[in-house]
Write a protein that binds this ligand. Sequence first.
Ligand code: ADP
Length: 269
Amino acid sequence: MPSPDPRAHTTLGSAAPVEAAEPFGAPPVGAAAIELRAVTRVYRDRPALGPIDLTIPAGEFLTVVGPSGCGKSTLLSLVAGFAPPTAGSVLAEGSPVTGPGPSRGVVFQQPRLFPWLSVSGNIAFGLKRWPKTSRAERVAELLAMTGLENAARLKPYELSGGMRQRAAIARALAPRPKVLLMDEPFGALDAFTRERMQEEIRDLWRSTGVTVLFITHDVTEATTLGTRVLALAGPPGRITLDAPVSGDLREKVEAAIRTAASARADTTA
Ligand code: ADP
C-alpha cells in the first residue's frame, strides 16, 4: 500500500540552494547550453523533425508544446543523445552530442525507477564513480531537496505517484547535470499533485540554476512554467512560435497551433 507523502507541505525550493555544478569543466566562453543547427530526423523515410535551428542559453527554462506526434519527444531524444540527427548537429556547451551523458539528466513521464533499489539506491545510481563519502552526502542533499528524507529506504512500489516522480527528478539531478530534459514529466499525475510539482520544479530550477527543456502538450503548463516557450507543429516538427513568456502568450500559442492544424487540414484534404 502506498505510504503517505511525507513532504506534503514542503516544496523542493525550500531546501538550501545547491552549489553551482562544475564537474564537467568550464564551457567555452559564450557557448549556449544547447544548440541545434539545421537538425532533421527521419524515421524510415518519414521526416519526424526539422529542419530546426535552436539555441538554449544556460539557465533558461524552455517549454516545448505541441500536439501528439509533432516531434517533441524526437527533439528531446536528440538533445539527450538517445538518437543521432539524420542531418545537422546538436551541441551541448559547444561540443557535439554523441550519446547520453551525465551533463544532461532526463526525466520521463513514467519515472522508470529501478524497482529493486530503494529511493536512495536509485538516486545514487549515477554516482557509482563518486567517492563513497561524497556520494552519501549528495544523496542526502537530494533527499532533502526533494522532500524524500523519510522515504530514503522505501522501494518505488511503496511510493505515491508524486513521490516516484520526485525520486526520478532527484536521480536525474544527482550527477549535477547542466541541463535537465523533461518529457511530459507530470502527464501521469493527478491534477492536484501536478500543480504542486509544477511549483516545485520552478523552485528547483531557481535554486539550482540548471537549464531546463520541458516537453508538454498542455498549453497552460507551457505558458505558465517556463521563461520561454516554443510551439511545435508537425510532423515534421517545425517551430511555429518562439516567444518569451508573457501575459497574452497562451492565446498566441493556441492561435499558432490552430493555424498550423488548419493549414495541415487544407493540404491533406
Ligand atoms: P510527440 O512527442 O510530439 O508526440 P514524437 O517525437 O514521438 O512526437 O513523434 C514524431 C513523429 O515521429 C511521429 O509521426 C511518430 O510516429 C514518429 N516516430 C517517433 N519515434 C519513431 C520511431 N522510433 N520510429 C518511427 N517513427 C517514429
